[in-house]
Design a binder for this molecule. Structure first.
Ligand code: ATP
Ligand code: MG
Ligand code: MG
Ligand code: MG
Length: 479
């Protein structure tokens, strides 16, 4: 089944169970200061789950665009993590509870997704006899229900407040799938950190209120919060073992290869080309969606995440196309395909297409001019280290790459990993701190430290008027 069809079916399925469809919230949480990006469907429903907010409906469903920067390093390395993905969700705010949630998740798996149930597994929290009994009562054999601990199967919004056990749905993709098999290890089963048993749906049962002293009191209102990864179920439904192989990425990857003037079919690419193609496909989606929602490139916080992601993508694009002209943007050319593939459901990316392309173009060109010389410098550092029989890039050198060539430290770390080197990030952090101290001292000199606004203006100026960018100027933007 095509990805767009699964999204439609999911929403329709829960609408027939009297859930109200609520559009996806922005990728940038407006009211929530605790997170930089929306990481799950429940973000916009937090207050409904605690009971602080009461809406006209008690059941909701949606498809939420999510950003998980924490999964950045897994992209292109394993088959199951994207940095931007869609989470299909269903909620009960003090209405139905475990029985319906489990029954409907199984029903959707069986009747709509039509997944092979002989490969189905469920997990429950080791204390949750109730969930275990419900799974058994709907026909899942006990040996296919795994009891896991807090790490996998207990969910909490924070150190105190609403929390509860969860139950997850898995499909075994076969013994030859996953990193355990590749490394000759025995896979632990559901909950193992490899791709074989693919977790695709998480059902959270919110039933406790955790107190300051850690005790769990029963909540007056019990709720359900479920999240299913759209790309993951699409992969399972389409018989693919990696998210980047699903239909949704096909056209995006074709456009990447076309732009890079690579004539091979995706399956004939080298492993390195495949990885680069996947990373670009992933990162361009993140950039398209976050910029559409109003995020901008900058040297701090959310904007710096965007910058890091773009720079990684540019480096992979140039790896695919080594002679790519420095005065043109590679990534800009892929935006239109993301828009055609996903714009029907997310009109904000259609509406903001030109602005997204422009922002990406400007940011890419700033970096392209220093990428080549930065890579040459990196190689020089590598040779220097080798001549001393070392396999580490020092904190000072990571700092030079960062300060003069615009290489985010995680990009240097990835470059190091690729050649079996280590990056001394601890010492890099010390250099960063020292520079911050220096710029703070200069800030005092200019009396800008009492007020953010001049910095903000300077920062804006710095970003807009920056055709001759040579590394970014922390002096202006870090306070
Ligand atoms: P994993 O253990 O595989 O990292 P998770 O336990 O962190 O997943 P949840 O927080 O339970 O994931 O999110 C609910 C669902 O969202 C998951 O069951 C999965 O289908 C999907 N999902 C989570 N992270 C990603 C990701 N980075 N890319 C694609 N889908 C994801
Ligand atoms: Mg995870
Ligand atoms: Mg998990
Ligand atoms: Mg999970």
């Amino acid at each position: 089944m095509k990805t767009n069809e699964i999204r439609r079916k999911f929403i329709h399925f829960f609408e027939t169970k009297k859930h109200t469809y609520v559009p996806s919230a922005s990728t940038i949480p407006i009211a929530d200061q605790t997170i930089l990006f929306t990481i799950a469907g429940m973000t916009q429903f937090k207050a409904c789950l605690t009971g602080e907010e009461v809406r006209s409906y008690k059941r909701a469903t949606n498809s939420q665009k999510c950003i998980r920067v924490g999964d950045l390093d897994d992209v292109g390395k394993d088959g199951r993590h994207c940095t931007m993905f869609e989470m299909l969700g269903s909620w009960s705010f003090g209405d139905y509870y475990k029985k319906e949630a489990i029954k409907w998740a199984y029903e959707f798996t069986r009747d709509e997704l039509k997944l092979d149930l002989s490969r189905f597994w469920a997990t429950v929290h080791h204390t949750d006899e109730e969930a275990l009994e419900i799974w058994k009562s709907i026909g899942v054999p006990e040996e296919r229900i795994v009891r896991l601990g807090d790490k996998d199967n207990f969910w909490a919004m924070g150190p105190t407040g609403p929390c509860g056990p969860c139950s997850e749905l898995y499909l075994d993709q076969g013994e030859k799938v996953g990193q355990c098999y590749e490394k000759g290890l025995i896979c632990k089963g559901p909950g193992c950190d490899c791709d074989r048993y693919l977790e695709y749906w998480n059902l959270v049962f919110m039933q406790y209120n955790r107190q300051e002293d850690g005790t769990l009191l029963d909540l007056p209102m019990k709720s359900v919060d479920t999240g299913m990864g759209l790309e993951r179920v699409a992969a399972l439904s389409q018989g693919k073992t990696a998210l980047f192989e699903i239909d949704l990425f096909e056209k995006i990857k074709e456009e990447i290869l076309l732009t890079a003037k690579i004539n091979a079919k995706i399956n004939d690419l080298s492993e390195q080309q495949k990885e680069s193609c996947n990373v670009v496909a992933d990162h361009i989606r993140l950039l398209t969606f976050t910029i559409a929602d109003g995020a901008n490139f900058s040297n701090e916080g959310r904007g710096y995440v965007l910058r890091r992601v773009l720079r990684r993508a540019v480096r992979h694009a140039h790896r695919l196309s080594p002679n790519w002209p420095k005065d043109q943007s590679f990534l800009e050319k892929i935006v239109k395909t993301v828009v055609t593939e996903m714009g029907e459901f997310y009109p904000e990316i259609v509406k903001n297409k030109t602005r997204i392309e422009e922002a990406i173009r400007n940011e890419e060109l700033r970096f392209s001019s220093t990428l080549e010389s930065g890579l040459a410098k990196f190689n020089h550092f590598v040779e220097e280290a080798k001549s001393k029989n070392l396999k580490t890039i020092s904190g000072e050198n990571i700092f030079i790459l960062h300060d003069s060539f615009g290489f985010p430290s995680d990009l240097t770390r990835v470059l190091c990993e690729e050649i079996g080197f280590k990056a001394d990030l601890e010492n890099f952090d010390k250099h960063m701190l020292e520079q911050k101290e220096r710029s703070r001292a200069e800030a005092k000199f200019y009396k800008f430290d009492q007020d953010d606004s001049p910095w903000f203006e300077l920062n804006k100026l710095n970003q807009n008027d920056d055709k001759n960018f040579a590394g970014y100027n922390l002096k202006v933007t870090t306070k």
